[in-house]
Design a protein around this ligand. Sequence first.
Ligand SMILES: C[S@@+](CC[C@H](N)C(=O)[O-])C[C@H]1O[C@@H](n2cnc3c(N)ncnc32)[C@H](O)[C@@H]1O
Length: 491
Amino acid sequence: MSAATAISHNKPTEPHKSWKKINEERKALKRQRKQDKALKDLKRVQELAASAVNETENGKAASKPNPSTVSIAVPGSILENAQSAELRAYVAGQIARAACIFRVNEVIVFDDVGVTTARETKRIYEQDDADNNGNGAGKATSTVRSSSLQLARILQYLECPQYLRKYFFPLHKDLKYSGLLNPLDTPHHLRQQSKFRYREGVVCDKQAKEGHSYANVGLLNDVLIDKALEPGVRVTVKMEPSSDGSRKQRGTLVSPDEPRRETGVYWGYQVRIAHSLSEIFTKSPYDGGYDVMVGTSDRGTSVQNVPNQSIGYNHALIVFGGLQGLEEALANDEKLTVDDPQLLFDHYINVLPKQGSRTIRTEEALLIAMAALQEKLQPQQADVECDLSDLLPRSEDTGIPMARDVLVSKKKKKKLVDNTESNEIQPAVIATKLSPTPAVPRRPNPFNEHKRAEVAPQSISMEADFEVVSASTGHTAAVNENQNDDLSRFD
Ligand SMILES: C[S@@+](CC[C@H](N)C(=O)[O-])C[C@H]1O[C@@H](n2cnc3c(N)ncnc32)[C@H](O)[C@@H]1O
């Protein structure tokens, strides 16, 4: 017998494993890995919670100032220049994406035209307290250019976490193509499995113990919060680490500024409507208004002449013009008496002195300007830096419409193809039911028409005579009352 054969003969032979056994072992390994990850996440959450408690005890949290803010103003009329309803919505989506990419805290939609035409009329909307000179006199109605209202509504819709949209955005023709828009993918749009200290939520209509209420924060179970609030209110909740053995998740109501202030995480933008150029400046939500105002125009000073980090700010405002620029917006403002827009701003900047097209569209200028101004702006209060990469969803975890298509089972796909071939209409669209209790959002929401639904049901049924078009089904979609009523599944 050769040595090799002897060795192979002496080697203990492994018992033959069936595929069933191999699969079981693999599954067990997978389970183990999942458990390890969950434990790691839990440990991290507990550590963060403990450090937050420490900070509060040391009085540090209370004294932390709010980080500096950036606001942008864009005219609603830019939608009027779009060739179709789909493109109109798409332009609004581009503004929302740019605002998030550059961590903008406030988007002001202003009217740079004033007069209306047969095509572009004004619409009534519910003005909030903030618009109403902040005198707390309650809600009032006002009229606004329809393009401004649509832009503002789409901006708000996209900023709202998907799981809350059905509470705050009843079916509306302005949102018809919202399903085609690219999602914002912001950190505050948390997934169910994300373990982050803060979550956006809505107060539920569910009995809670005295002085408490339940909020839907996008988790499997509602969270018990430490305040008795009216159902429908949008809230920011600080999650308490879940105690062992308790299935009930608890949370504390906090200010919407807190997540960003405490963690440095971008927490979305606010939307405000201004009826004219001057209202951008006069109705600022910040005490003392904006301290640095930047106007943008191809007639401005070259951005290359602005030294890096030379624009110190606490509340910066960057204003963009429409089709005819800021000159036109100024000419259409009855309150402003100056005749040169440059006089309204601390800086009047040309962000691309050697442009190769005769004109740069506002949605393009927005991206160019925000990128060019990054190194020129210097916040007085910078965001705190905190590595939260393992707690917040990364781009590969987030919802891309294509990924959803991939998840459609082969059987379903075949059915879809068959139906299309036989010219059947796909029932892939939602009819959002208005929530039974009118939602009072935490943030001023001038576009909330829940009240109108109660008062004038006829007008809603007129507006509801359309569909929401999803990215995957295109124009073949039709309304089906039985479908899931969450608009977010299209984003
Ligand atoms: C269609 S342009 C208006 C054209 C106009 N001549 C102007 O720039 O004032 C729309 C808006 O995009 C921005 N924009 C366009 N080109 C720009 C540039 N080179 N520098 C800064 N902003 C620009 C401005 O806010 C402008 O109001």
